[in-house]
Design a binder for this molecule. Structure first.
Ligand code: OGA
Ligand code: MN
Length: 299
């Protein structure tokens, strides 16, 4: 099968599920970055415990905007963990847990520099090789290069909406295999590949997944971890996979965040893919990440 290439012209830019009215926020101020995703949030101090109303507004804002940005929030690791934990239990998303002295459990600090080269510059969704990929990630900048090292986000519900109808139909019930050892990600575990492959084996995920809270159909394949689409001749499956992954690369479905020390991005990993630009090597960039395993049961 040949898949129609995308043609120029306006896109479907639907931000909310069809049945949702945009919420009115009373405790926070939102400044949108792009038509369907990304909003900067002001008026909240993340170093303090969030009261119930503020938490509810942030949660609603996350579902509506898919990624929230905060400025001037130089959190301690403990405060970073406490903020992320309001949504759900944290876990260390590395295959081999990171151990550092004086660290807060499950807040992973990672440094990129001349020797430790960043490999985040591919479109991906975190941890789709796990049976239950993380619900979201809170990423905080500690030290950033003078220029470069932005993070880009792509709206994967909009990515689905903008597929030609025949492709939407072609992927409706499809299932794909996700495998952490597929690409560059496996490099850092090269000496233990077989052992870790046995521990974290490939998993099947739907190609289109309904977001559990917004109900929106969301394209759920990515170049980092999706190995193949099942049930199609290999060549056709690979061509389909490439066509689907390319949806994350449509600029109108993206937003881009320029970091400063103390900036935070909180993304809904069930709604977006992300891409860490690597245009700053060999400079230093230090970030801290808290991955949220799944949502707390709703109160
Ligand atoms: C991540 C990631 C991108 C970045 O932390 O999962 O992909 O810009 N980060 O650091
Ligand atoms: Mn990532």
């Amino acid at each position: 099968m040949k898949f129609a290439a995308r043609s120029p012209g306006p896109l479907v830019l639907r931000r909310l599920p069809e049945t949702w009215e945009p919420a009115v926020f009373r405790h926070i101020t939102l400044t949108p970055c792009a038509p369907t995703l990304g909003a900067q949030v002001d008026g909240v101090d993340l170093s303090r415990a969030l009261d119930r109303e503020v938490f509810a507004e942030l949660d609603r804002a996350l579902l509506e905007w898919k990624v929230l940005f905060f400025r001037e929030q130089p959190l301690s690791e403990a405060a970073h963990a406490a903020f992320a934990e309001r949504w759900g239990p944290l876990f260390d998303d590395q295959l081999v847990p990171t151990h550092r002295d004086n660290s807060v459990e499950n807040v992973v600090v990672f440094e990129r520099n001349a020797e430790t080269v960043g490999l985040e510059n591919g479109w991906h969704c975190d941890g789709t090789f796990r049976p239950e990929p993380p619900m979201g990630t809170v990423l905080r900048a500690i030290e950033v290069p003078a220029l470069g090292g932005d993070t880009l986000f792509a709206d994967m519900a909009a990515a689905y909406d903008n597929l030609p109808e025949e492709l939407q139909e072609a992927v409706e019930e499809r299932v794909a295999v996700h495998d952490w050892s597929l690409g560059a990600y496996s490099g850092k575990y090269a000496d233990r590949l077989d052992e870790l492959r046995a521990e974290v084996p490939p998993v099947e995920q739907p190609v289109v997944r309904r977001h559990p809270l917004t109900g929106r159909k969301t394209l759920f394949v990515n170049r980092f971890f999706t190995r193949e689409i099942l049930g199609l001749p290999r060549e056709e499956g690979d061509a389909l996979l490439a066509r689907l992954c390319a949806q994350a690369e449509i600029p109108e479905l993206q937003c881009r965040f320029r970091w400063r020390p103390g900036s935070i991005a909180f993304w809904d990993n069930q709604a977006v893919q992300h891409y860490g630009a690597n245009d700053y090597w060999p400079e230093r960039r230090v970030m801290a990440r808290a991955s949220i395993a799944h949502r707390h049961a709703r109160e």
